[in-house]
Design a protein around this ligand. Structure first.
Ligand SMILES: [Fe+2]
Length: 483
């Protein structure tokens, strides 16, 4: 009995020591986990790629993952509950965190030739985003990018990705790209993101084009009637695992349309709840990897040049009477388009437009160049294309939720509508019109375009793909090249 007390005390002391050791090991593990987790739940975005430059979009997030357990709203329209609730409590939210970001990038997978940027501070004012403008890149090269973050003295695990630079205009190189549009959040058809993303990845594109209506402020609950809710829409869509993966393994050119600027068929000066059109423009520019111009053109080698137009910033009110003054592009963009298309010596010239130029569209629509409300400018542009580039010019459009290849009966202008991003988002067609359509199908999907050479011929092949990547319609054009 005399020895029992010291034994139990010894055991007690021993077990306390063991517990203390276990707690500190657990704490250490937690600290280690924190240190190795990346804090970039909204991923990386590569944009505006040329042979020698690119923009890399980065954002520091408070948490490593999106809020998968947050509040889900089902009804659209004004919601006092959504407007008053901290946005980070809503499903899909990825709140930001102040701290610092830097990039390490080079052409070797082991970063042995990498360049390091200085650390850059990010804060709430900029939504914790920094867009790095990279210059002096090598043409036709794969770049390996590591985005590193730190906050409160803790360094996080990096996020990594790759993109390819464009070939020089003098180089005849094959190019492949994919174009998508119109992605709803509730109708994405898979919890991790729209099936088109893995299907586009499987095509191994040199670049993607995201052609507007990338989120639906007004259609998808909770309706984005405030800046905070607008940010929430961006966070929840672009933190979906499939989107994060695709956008960190290919660059993308981003175009906006009505629903990701403000609301259905909107124009400058409109408001939606507490949101103004100007705030919508600013948020798009912040969330997409963009340079200073909302309309621009990019060359991908000898055989391809693309034009990316803006259909929102310069437009007249939709309800204005049609005539020479009524415009979607505005006089400066129109002059730029005509001048640069005329000057281009690319074998193939492709306009990627957020809205259609040929259609046909539903009779009651009044928002794009194929609608009667914009017939004056629509006719002017279609005639200009016929007179100046009748043979090697194509239009690819977003906005419409069905796929088609149409040829304008009077001018011969050719258009490919890439369809909605998911099958459950597809619909709305006025039906097949034999005067226009060479192909017409109500389905979700995307477009793949291949430019390649076969001997002294250059080919451009358009493939309208379903959401799984199966080719539903293919159309090939070829031209003799002399070099
Ligand atoms: Fe749409």
């Amino acid at each position: 009995m005399a020895d029992s007390a010291p034994v139990s005390r010894r055991l007690f002391i021993q077990s306390s020591v063991v517990t203390a050791a276990m707690v500190s090991a657990a704490q250490a593990k937690e600290l280690e986990d924190k240190a190795i987790a990346s804090h970039q739940a909204t991923g990386l975005r590569f944009g505006e790629v040329t042979p020698t430059s690119a923009i890399v979009w980065t954002r520091l997030t408070k948490n490593s993952t999106r809020n998968n357990d947050g509040v889900v709203f089902k009804k659209r329209g004004k919601s006092e509950e959504a407007l008053s609730m901290p946005a980070e409590q809503i499903e899909g939210a990825c709140p930001g965190m102040p701290g610092e970001i830097r990039l390490v990038y080079g052409t070797k997978p082991d970063y042995s030739d990498a360049v390091e940027t200085p650390w850059v501070a990010v804060n709430k004012e900029g939504d914790f985003i920094h867009q790095f403008a990279l210059t002096d890149l090598k043409p036709s090269s794969t770049y390996y990018v590591k985005s590193e973050t730190k906050a409160n003295g803790v360094m996080h695990a990096p996020r990594t990705g790759t993109f390819r630079t464009a070939p020089l205009p003098s180089e005849a190189k094959p190019v492949r790209f994919c174009v998508m549009t119109c992605q709803g959040y509730p109708d994405r058809d898979h919890k991790d993101g729209h099936p088109i993303y893995p299907s586009m990845d499987a095509k191994d594109p040199d670049f993607l084009c995201l052609t507007g209506d990338l989120i639906y402020y007004d259609n998808d609950a909770p309706s984005a009637m405030s800046v905070d809710l607008a940010h929430l829409h961006w966070q929840r869509m672009f933190s979906l695992p499939r989107l994060v993966k695709s956008l960190s393994h290919a660059s993308a050119y981003w175009l906006k349309d009505d629903h990701d600027t403000l609301s259905d068929d909107s124009w400058p000066g409109r408001t939606y709840g507490e949101m103004t059109f100007a705030e919508g423009q600013k948020i798009f520019r912040q969330q997409a990897p963009l340079g200073s111009d909302s309309y621009r053109t990019f060359r991908w080698g000898k055989d391809l040049q693309i034009w990316l137009t803006d259909g929102r910033d310069f437009r007249s009110p939709n309800r204005m009477k049609d005539g020479p003054q009524k415009t979607i592009w505005g006089p400066e963009q129109k002059a730029w388009f005509k001048r640069t298309v005329r000057e281009s010596d690319a074998t193939w010239k492709v306009l990627i437009s957020p809205t259609p130029m040929v259609g046909p569209d539903r009779k009651n629509k009044n928002d794009n160049h194929s609608n009667e409300g914009f017939a004056h400018e629509g006719n002017e542009l279609r005639r200009w294309i016929r007179e100046n580039v009748p043979d090697n010019f194509f239009v690819i459009c977003g906005d419409r939720h069905w796929q088609y290849h149409s040829v304008h009966p009077e001018t011969g202008v050719r258009e490919f509508s890439v369809g909605a991003a998911s099958n459950s988002h597809a619909g709305g067609t006025p039906g097949r019109n034999p005067d226009y359509h060479r192909f017409h199908k109500v389905q979700g999907g995307f477009l793949t375009v291949n430019v390649q050479r076969e001997g002294d011929m250059s080919e451009i092949i358009f493939q309208l793909c379903d959401v799984d990547g199966n080719v539903a319609f293919e159309k090939e054009f070829e031209r003799k090249v002399n070099d």
